[in-house]
Design a protein around this ligand. Structure first.
Ligand code: MG
Length: 414
């Protein structure tokens, strides 16, 4: 394929009014969510899309500074310079072009990830096949296109709030309910206990990326106690219980026998595989948007294939384009069947009395025409060519970029 144009659009979805979430020892402020839409066009008129923008909890620039806006400039600048006019037969060749380009080191993996996804979208359209079929050829697998979703919601609430959300999401048929604790060790314990009592079938996952960000009360011993406690109450997994690069910490906690998950914050595909190889995590959370696209995730997917002690369950947090991309990966990945579904306020798919969404992120839905096919907590992956989603171009006008960080942590002692 000959690449004619590469474009990047920084977009912001306002959280208006700004929300404040008290956690143990401080307050988190939520201002907006940013997305960088990446569009690649070929000389013969095919178009591929992807979303970029760090969406992982550990990426500091995500909290501080305005990297989302500057990343769109990088896409329009050095990324476009490296790719426009080039003819690419193998998608991996685009990775090489970017590695040899002027793209700043700090943006390289994000750029490779987005371009890889957009090029797969184009490759599928060219072949008239969904991306999962292209991937299934690579993995020599049989695609599974009905995928279980677990709902990802719950951020720093009182125990009652988490239980209410979990019950709504259970009613909607989700496989699991993942929430973000961090209201203090006692409150976190109570939440686990109340959830264990308050739901029937839905699995409970803890995304504890907050624990290692908290400055008081969550020392190593407390974290260990909380992990054991969650395991005793049948938590399906405990995610990012220690700082992402603390692989020894993962190994140490794994010795308790508790099921651990991690990987979203690994800054490269190699880091993702390295975490999987520690043997400490049971669930490896790669993400096509962080780990060099479909090409980059392949090694991690293959590491998990044929094993019952390590499952590939992608990290997926953001828009319905990101959902489609990670869903194609899971559809093709041997044995994998579970996808994260982030729950935002006013989700057009739900009509419930209590809104189980975390906060507003309208752009997450508006970025595509139509809706994903989700019934009873199961996603049917589109068999349309490419990613099977159509860009709603109106969002470029409707969601202008706003400067500044999307969220801030304010600590009481600071
Ligand atoms: Mg997470």
């Amino acid at each position: 394929m000959e690449i004619a144009a590469v474009r990047g659009y920084a977009l912001s979805s306002p959280i208006d009014p700004v929300q404040e979430r008290p956690f143990h020892g401080g307050v988190r402020r939520l201002r907006k969510r940013d997305v960088v839409l990446v569009v690649v066009e070929t000389r013969d008129g095919l178009r591929g899309i992807a979303t970029a923008g760090a969406s992982s909890s550990a990426m500091t620039e995500y909290f501080e500074g305005d990297s989302q806006g500057t990343f769109a400039d990088v896409v329009e600048g050095p990324v476009a310079d490296a790719l426009e006019g080039e003819t690419i037969d193998e998608i991996a060749a685009a990775h090489d072009l970017l590695r040899g380009s002027d793209v700043p080191d700090g943006d390289l993996i994000e750029a490779i990830s987005a371009i890889d996804v957009a090029l797969y979208d184009i490759a599928g359209k060219r072949r008239g096949a969904p991306v999962y079929e292209l991937l299934a050829d690579e993995y020599d697998s049989t695609p599974t296109t009905e995928l279980d979703l677990y709902a990802s919601a719950g951020m720093y609430m009182e125990p009652d709030g988490y239980v209410e959300q979990a019950q709504v999401l259970e009613e909607l048929g989700f496989f699991g309910y993942k929430y973000r604790p961090g209201i203090g060790p006692e409150g976190d314990r109570e939440t686990v206990e109340r959830l264990a009592e308050g739901v029937d079938d839905i699995e409970i996952m803890l995304d504890v990326h907050t624990w290692w960000k908290l400055r008081e009360g969550y020392d190593r011993e407390t974290v260990r106690d909380l992990v054991v406690h969650a395991d005793e109450h049948d938590a399906y997994w405990i995610e990012e219980p220690v700082e992402p690069d603390d692989h020894e910490g993962y190994v140490d906690l794994a010795a308790t026998g508790a099921p651990l998950a991690g990987g979203e914050s690994e800054e490269s595909a190699a880091g993702l595989v390295a975490l999987g190889e520690t043997g400490a995590v049971d669930f490896l959370q790669g993400d096509v948007r962080h780990h060099e696209g479909f090409t980059g995730c392949r090694e991690a997917v293959e590491l998990c294939a044929g094993r019952d002690d390590l499952e590939f369950v992608p990290h997926n947090f953001g828009t319905w384009i990101g959902l489609a991309a990670n869903a194609h990966l899971v559809a093709a990945a041997p044995e994998a069947t579970l996808v994260e579904y982030p729950v935002f306020e006013d989700d057009p798919l739900f009509d419930t009395e209590v809104d189980p969404g975390m906060y507003p992120f309208d752009l997450a839905f508006d970025l595509i025409e139509g809706q994903p096919d989700i019934t009873g907590g199961v996603l049917s992956v589109s068999d349309e060519p490419g990613l099977g989603v159509e860009l709603n171009e109106d969002v470029i006008e409707q969601y202008p970029f706003r400067d500044g960080p999307w969220t801030e942590f304010h600590y009481d002692d600071a």
